[in-house]
Design a protein around this ligand. Structure first.
Ligand code: TYC
Length: 114
């Protein structure tokens, strides 16, 4: 595409005093928006439960799960992953459903990335 246009300009016979100006158009690749999945702190959900959630639904190691859980515990919130809308929505639903079934008030939400 780009090369075709360049070739056409290069092939154009130059008459005296004429310059060929090559204009570049940036190819705009459309990427789907990404969503951060956030885990929120609360005073009641056991730490081990949160660690289990992180291992089970976000596929992180035990050590990383403990790290993320402690960040949420200390700071109030942490990003646990960045996904497409559909995947993020599924993760949030899985976590919320699992927390509810185990009668823990754990909250998980999603937020569009800037
Ligand atoms: N703050 C909770 C406690 O002290 C632990 C906790 C961590 C809860 C992370 C939720 O997302 C959370 N038992």
């Amino acid at each position: 595409m780009q090369t075709d246009r360049l070739r056409m300009m290069a092939d154009k016979p130059k008459t005296e005093g004429e310059t060929n100006v090559i204009t570049k158009t940036k190819p705009k690749t459309q990427r789907p928006p990404l969503y951060k999945v956030l885990l929120l702190n609360d005073d009641y959900t056991p730490m081990e439960f949160v660690v289990h959630v992180l291992e089970r639904f976000f596929g992180v190691s035990h050590a990383h799960a403990v790290e993320i859980m402690l960040t949420v515990h200390k700071k109030g919130v942490a990003v646990v992953g960045v996904f497409s809308y559909e995947i993020a929505e599924t993760k949030v639903a899985q976590v919320m459903d699992f927390a509810r079934r185990n009668q823990h008030p754990l909250q998980c939400t999603m937020e569009k990335e800037d």
